[in-house]
Design a protein. Structure first.
Length: 145
């Protein structure tokens, strides 16, 4: 099997991973979700497990360091209620079309982060489910503990 065929075979297999993020009075900044070495293809699903609370009108987004809302746009944290699927600025549903889940190509080892851009996030839990595939040999995605 050629190197190109190996990469193509790997590309076709999605590798699942998940990260549960529990907020505990977190202030403005980045919270790492997944580290990436090399280049990968990803699909991310965020499921709110418990209501997210913020007394300071906190906002959150998901992206990479150079584009903090590339995956999920900036959202008012208090709009994130239990059982909702968070994929845009208006998380309001417990059912979404599979077309809602977009895929992304992430290169140069950019890590996936949740960004608190305004205020403080007091509490709440979000489950991040991801499916990923390496684009090039040696690429890997790792869940940040």
């Amino acid at each position: 099997m050629s190197e190109g065929q190996k990469i193509e075979e790997i590309w076709m297999r999605a590798i699942p991973a998940e990260k549960t993020l529990t907020f505990n009075n977190d202030g403005i900044g980045q919270l790492s979700l997944f580290t990436i070495t090399g280049s990968v293809k990803v699909k991310l699903i965020a499921i709110v497990k418990t209501n997210v609370a913020s007394a300071a009108a906190g906002t959150v987004s998901v992206g990479i360091a150079t584009n903090v809302d590339a995956i999920i746009a900036v959202t008012l944290a208090t709009d994130l209620d239990a059982k909702e699927i968070w994929h845009d600025t208006s998380p309001d549903s417990e059912i979404e079309s599979l077309d809602t889940i977009r895929g992304y190509l992430i290169t140069d080892g950019n890590d996936i982060t949740l960004d608190i851009l305004v205020g403080q996030i007091d509490s709440g839990v979000i489950l991040f489910k991801i499916e990923w595939s390496p684009i090039e040999e040696g690429s890997i995605l790792v869940v940040v503990p």
